[in-house]
Design a protein. Structure first.
Ligand code: PMP
Length: 353
């Protein structure tokens, strides 16, 4: 038995598209891909007249080193949003298979499942937003191919302890692929579970450069996992998923100087997180600030709708998360710069409950 047995048979059998860039060996004169021979106006360095490498080697090496894995355990694409979509399309047969999620959680898991016409099985988090491993395992039917666990969870902010991830993997014993979405893990005081990939064939981890690496606009994210899963996802991925300017932006952000800057910003962010949490907790309009290990706080207000409008009138946009189960009258507030946080707190200080 292998993890590929969970995948859609037609995807396993698919003859993938072979791009000109993949077929080309060496050479200096490229007349193979119907590209323009001339760089576009203003492009003196990137050479955007040529298609990019399907998996840009320098970026893959840098990311593999960053995450402590081998190249063949990593697929880079357009944000972890694309990774979620690829996983659902590769593993879930329309009208037959299912994913399992724990609401309240990130909305793209169920959106991708619905696009694929896969069912969505929900095992809600407990009232304190912890994950009940036994309940989750009891809900795994043969139709469930993917289990998404988001840690730290968006939008509640809680972290799922590593022991629980391992317990799920051990008890699942290959019945489904566990996808641990670590979009916010850099902000957490816990470490990634990516190192478990060497031990568990049925584990995939999602990482992104959109948050701690400040590259949401470049759309770079990764699936980390078993090489067989990575190779399978490559079959259904668009031929050239990572544009050249995005590769350049990522390489700069991940350079030595970029890494130092990211560490400094993380320290600022953690301080701000604590400061904002403390300040919010004293406000009359606030009911509770949920514990968070991410770069945002889920905050219960006495009247979240009024607070949302009050902030908006001052030009401050937060996320209305009242539609999610269990969160109650809550808004999600991203930690910004110290000045942005001060501006937000000043508006809330004027708000009556
Ligand atoms: N996972 C989670 C939990 C998220 O909150 C987000 C973005 N909000 C994503 C994945 C997608 O991130 P990206 O596509 O930018 O990598």
């Amino acid at each position: 038995m292998s993890v590929l047995d969970l995948a859609r048979p037609e995807i396993r059998a698919l003859q993938p598209y072979s791009s000109a860039r993949m077929e080309a060996g060496g050479g200096q004169i490229f007349l193979n891909a119907n590209e323009s021979a001339w760089a576009p106006a203003g492009d003196d360095e990137l050479g955007c007249n040529r298609y990019p490498e399907p998996q840009p080697a320098a970026l893959v090496s840098t990311l593999a080193a960053l995450y402590g894995l081998r190249h063949e355990q990593l697929l880079v694409g357009r944000g972890s949003d694309e990774a979620i979509d690829l996983l659902v399309r590769a593993f879930c047969r329309a009208g037959e298979d299912a994913i399992l999620i724990q609401p309240p959680t990130f909305g793209m898991y169920s959106v991708c499942a619905h696009v694929q016409n896969a069912a969505v099985i929900e095992v809600p988090l407990a009232d304190d937003f912890t994950l009940d491993v036994d309940e989750l395992l009891a809900a795994v039917t043969p139709a469930v191919k993917l289990i998404f666990v988001c840690t730290p969870n968006n939008p509640s902010g809680q972290y799922v302890p590593r022991e629980n991830i391992e317990r799920v993997l051990q008890a699942l014993d290959g019945r489904a692929l566990l996808v641990v979405d670590e979009a916010y893990v850099e902000f957490a005081y816990e470490r990634s579970v990516a190192d478990l990939i060497d031990r568990y064939e049925y584990l995939a981890v999602l990482r992104t450069l959109s948050k701690a690496w400040a590259l949401a606009g470049a759309r770079i994210g990764c699936v980390l996992g078993n090489p067989a899963v990575i190779a399978l996802l490559r079959r259904i991925m668009a031929p050239y998923p990572v544009p050249l300017p995005c590769v350049a932006a990522a390489m700069a952000a991940l350079s030595e100087a970029g890494q130092m800057q990211a560490r400094e910003r993380l320290a600022v962010l953690r301080n701000e997180h604590e400061r904002v949490r403390g300040a919010l907790a004293t406000l009359a309009c606030v009911q509770a600030v949920l514990p968070s290990q991410a770069n945002f706080l889920a905050v219960r207000f006495h009247d979240a709708g009024a607070i949302y409008q009050h902030l908006l009138a001052a030009g401050i946009v937060v996320r209305d998360i009242r539609r999610y189960p269990k969160l109650g009258d809550a808004l999600r507030i991203t930690i910004g710069t110290p000045a942005e946080n001060d501006a937000m707190l000043a508006v809330l200080q004027e708000s009556t409950p």
